[in-house]
Design a protein around this ligand. Structure first.
Ligand SMILES: Nc1ncnc2c1ncn2[C@@H]1O[C@H](COP(=O)(O)OP(=O)(O)OP(=O)(O)O)[C@@H](O)[C@H]1O
Length: 231
């Protein structure tokens, strides 16, 4: 895929493939184009050139809400809950429109998901009254409530304590074990390194490395561009 905003080329001839049930980490300096890649996959913006294929089905040209119903779930860096609705109702929206669930099945799935995300005791709170950390938990819970085949996670570990980050990693591993495919943009390296099967690093919209986490982090170009370490 390629994408420019005016003269700014944000994504350039970027191509990658993620296997079913894989956790794929995306790293790169601020402004490297990571969130733009998510926007292209979710359909929030259209690529200038290129295609998104999910499970053999071409998603290119399909609007974002239909991609959600076809199994692409995502979180946003800045949480965007329906502030007037309860935490539980926020999940029901995803379960209904993205997850295509109804009645008791939707209700049960939302209740389980809220518990898994540590929000079980805040089900009836208006989402607008949650702390920033809980809003971030709600972002993940809402995405999971839509029963995605592919889950796009945009920097969800920032601000967590070590213990909370560990719980998050356990949750991500559990989702993977259920067959959910996960692409995770993350700056909290110990969290992404703990669970990623493979990673790629972007710089100025181009892929500079891809492979097993340890090998990627040893790469001289990655150390220079991302960590500022000259070999
Ligand atoms: N809708 C837009 N219009 C114009 N420029 C944009 C738009 N979206 C992103 N950009 C620009 O594209 C570049 C890449 O942004 P993007 O948010 O994808 O980077 P990122 O790697 O996710 O950064 P960060 O780690 O800070 O979240 C930045 O220079 C940004 O200002």
């Amino acid at each position: 895929m390629s994408k420019s905003f005016g003269a700014l080329r944000v994504t350039q001839d970027l191509s990658f493939e993620v296997g079913r049930g894989e956790v794929f980490g995306v790293l790169g300096p601020n402004g490297a184009g990571k969130t733009t890649v998510f926007n292209l996959i979710s359909g929030d913006i259209a690529a200038d050139v290129g295609a998104v294929v999910l499970d053999g089905q071409d998603m290119t040209g399909i609007p974002a809400f239909k991609r959600a119903a076809k199994g692409i779930g995502r979180t946003y860096q800045i949480p965007r809950p329906y502030t007037q609705m309860s935490t539980f109702e926020n999940l029901l929206v995803s379960a209904t429109f993205a997850g295509q669930m109804r009645g008791q099945a939707a209700y049960d799935h939302c209740a389980t998901t809220l518990d898994e995300c540590g929000l079980g005791d805040k089900a009836n709170r208006p989402a607008g009254s949650l702390t920033l950390l809980d809003r971030k938990r709600l972002e993940l819970a809402r995405a999971m409530a839509g029963k995605p085949k592919l889950l796009l996670l945009d920097e969800i570990a920032g601000g967590l304590t070590d213990g909370e980050a560990k719980d998050l990693v356990t949750l991500i591993a559990r989702l993977r074990d259920r067959g959910v495919t996960i692409i995770w943009i993350e700056h909290v390296l110990h969290a992404i390194m703990a669970v990623a099967d493979r990673m790629m690093v972007l710089s100025f919209g181009e892929k500079i490395a891809e492979g097993k986490p340890d090998a990627v982090m040893r790469d001289a170009e990655v150390r220079r561009v991302y960590m500022g370490i000259e070999a």
